[in-house]
Design a binder for this molecule. Structure first.
Ligand code: NAD
Length: 251
């Protein structure tokens, strides 16, 4: 088969015989669905800020209204987005192999909307909200009915609603990270898609899979610190490369 994104024969063999595929996705996975990466989201009104100035507990403490407004814009983008061919290719992968674990740094829920079965959200979900003090989840109806910016928490006096995402400087949800580590250790094939491989601890997961014997393939238009560890790197976009890999697997 003639493909710009041809998997090496040995890797195609390993993927065809894989027992468990571990897929780590980052913001680049959602770029073709129209959801900006952080770098792209810092445009217009927000150009004067860095993500670290909006996506931190300190930023929320200093100016909750500003941070809530920024997240409202990002939620609009997520609500308007649809999964793309790359998300559906990963759903199809599940029908071709015994086990596929998707570990995502994305907070947009697009893998689940596409229909992937095993999705582990390392950084939370932007469409959910929680109390900034008790961290208990707050329902959508409550958020919709409260006109404050941000809405008040129903649980704690002085508490405010904040997005249920992991901010810079915060710890990942332990259950999600434990599940991701277990999947990385068990996997025999790893795909890293659309992530700069800089944000820890997520960036360490493909290396953990590699240490435990998995083959490693990276999909990213740009080189990353993971590239030199990969068995093969595809310098293309998530949708085109993932659909090509599925075609090769089915051929
Ligand atoms: P990131 O560190 O994951 O970087 C994006 C990467 O995607 C870059 O390496 C870029 O070269 C690559 N890329 C761009 N377009 C691509 C495409 N079409 N196909 C494949 N790769 C492509 O993301 P970030 O923007 O620096 O964000 C850091 C963290 O912030 C994320 O890990 C996430 O937790 C959160 N975030 C989430 C979303 C989302 O849920 N969609 C969006 C922005 C930020």
């Amino acid at each position: 088969m003639a493909s710009e994104f041809k998997l090496r024969d040995t890797l195609l063999e390993r993927l065809s015989g894989a027992r468990h595929v571990f897929v780590l996705t980052g913001a680049g996975m959602s770029a073709e669905s129209g959801i900006p990466t952080f770098r792209d989201a810092m445009a217009g009104l927000w150009a004067k800020y860095r993500p670290e100035e909006l996506a931190t507990p300190e930023a929320f403490q200093a100016d909750p209204a500003r941070v809530w407004r920024w997240y409202e814009e990002r939620r609009e983008a997520v609500r308007a987005a649809e999964p793309h061919a790359g998300h559906f290719a990963l759903v199809e992968l599940e029908t071709l192999l015994p086990a596929v674990s998707i570990i995502t740094q994305n907070v947009d829920g697009l893998h689940q909307r596409a229909g992937s079965g095993t999705v582990c959200e390392l950084h939370g979900n932007i469409l959910r909200s929680k109390c900034h003090i008790s961290h208990r989840q707050i329902g959508r109806e409550w958020i919709a009915d409260d006109n404050h910016n941000p809405p008040r928490s129903p649980y704690v006096k002085g508490g405010l609603a904040r997005p249920d995402v992991v901010w810079f400087g915060e710890v990942l949800p332990q259950d999600a990270f434990d599940a991701a580590m277990a999947a990385a250790v068990d996997a025999d094939f790893c795909l890293s898609v659309g992530t700069t491989s800089l944000v820890q601890p997520a960036a360490s997961l493909p290396l953990l899979a590699l240490e435990h014997g998995a083959a490693l393939v990276e999909i990213n238009p740009q080189e990353t610190p993971l590239s030199l560890h990969a068995d093969q790197c595809f310098r293309g976009k998530a949708a085109e490369v993932l659909t090509s890999i599925i075609d090769q697997l089915k051929a």
